[in-house]
Design a protein around this ligand. Sequence first.
Ligand SMILES: *Cc1c(COP(=O)(O)O)cnc(C)c1O
Length: 478
Amino acid sequence: MCSKIRKFLEEASAKSGFAVESREFANFLSENDELKTLRDEFYYPKMKTLPQVDLTLVKPEDDSIYMCGNSLGLMPKATREIMNRQFDKWAGMGVFGHTEGELPWAHCDESTLDEIAPIVGAEPSEVSMMNSLTVNLHILLTAFYKPTEKRHKILLESRAFPSDHYAIESQIRLKGFNPETSMICLDPREGEDCLRTQDILDVIEQEGDSIAVVAFSGIQYYTGQLFDIPTITAAAQKKVKLELKWLPGGLGSRARLRERPLHLSAWNVDFACWCSYKYGNTGAGGLAGLYINKRFAKDERERMLGWWSHKMSSRFMMSNQLELDEGAAGYRISNPPMMLAVGVMGFLEVYKKTNIQELRSKSIHLTGYFEHLVKHHLGADSPYRKKDSKVACTIMTPSDPEQRGCQLSLKFNIDIATVYQELVRRGVACDKRYPNVIRATPVHYYNNYTDVWRFVKTLVDVVLYLEEEHAFNGSLNS
Ligand SMILES: *Cc1c(COP(=O)(O)O)cnc(C)c1O
């Protein structure tokens, strides 16, 4: 474990007089967390409101153990209020709502940009809030991936999020190339779970002349590894861009908003897109983001167009003579969805009360504490493990906080479906990802140290239960 986190835990333990592994210590940390009131800004699910919980095993009125913000963030209370006001407005004024009232719908996406852009380290003109993540990836690749016989490859990590993988694969085929030869899906080294930055740089160096786009995720969804975007971008810009003045290539980043500070402009990323319903808490399928570096603000490259790509000043002249809007705004296609913009605004009401640096600092402590408890109770050399235990639970996510976000990917040698099912029965929300990972995430907005403690306690209970029940007899794998 990193020495900063060890120091944080040791100092807090000395101050409180509680052992780091005790429940009292978890409560102490939760009480002394400067961001603790943010939890009240959300509806936090109860045991009794989660489906599939066995209410004989838990107290129905207790808070559930929600560790699944990596998949779907919780609902800000503000969202319901803003949505209700918009429903009233729609009911009361119909079409006039496009231009009148608290949130003129025709501009509802733009009204979020001044606050969203700094979160990703961009200027407002470099960002649009539109569509969903995969759709934006297609829009970006349609505009920026222009393969030639010489330069046609897209470099990404192996086992990328399936939607990203399919989008890239299909874009290669749509442009008449073959994914077999045009898609480089980089594997970690034999016996390792995460990619080494140097290995990524080596491939860019070796294959750079034939690479058109380097497209990494900000954080790998399966392993939780945080990619070194500035270093990868610098290498890609050198090798892929310089020879490429005539050819639109570049580095795309498929990010997840607000798990960690992003500096897309300073890192000189060419384009990027992100979803907002995980750490952005905007609701399932929430309005996604798109970033276009200002170097491309006026380049008018071919792209997918619609009436919202047209400058606002003359959009409604309906002349059918396109006046392309500049920057990221010129990549929009449709009338923005008011109900999805409300999700972003509800989130911003919460975000206003803090900032990404504070959140990241809390997150590093929270996940470091989580890592400590998992290793303490379930690590190979833990004195708490049963001597003949057949269960191995290891952490796939890097231990260095600089190389991860808030999620930990727990790797099991037993059937994860059973582990998952038993966790859910005990009031845990997390997710299983085959072949052998349970992902669990304390989120800096609404989770506290007590949630983490309760999660690990429940996980230990489940492992002991399964060992006693021999539920995994015959299903051991390595
Ligand atoms: C959540 C996520 C997606 C999902 O894309 P949608 O288009 O919103 O369904 C894709 N890629 C990554 C990296 C994700 O984290």
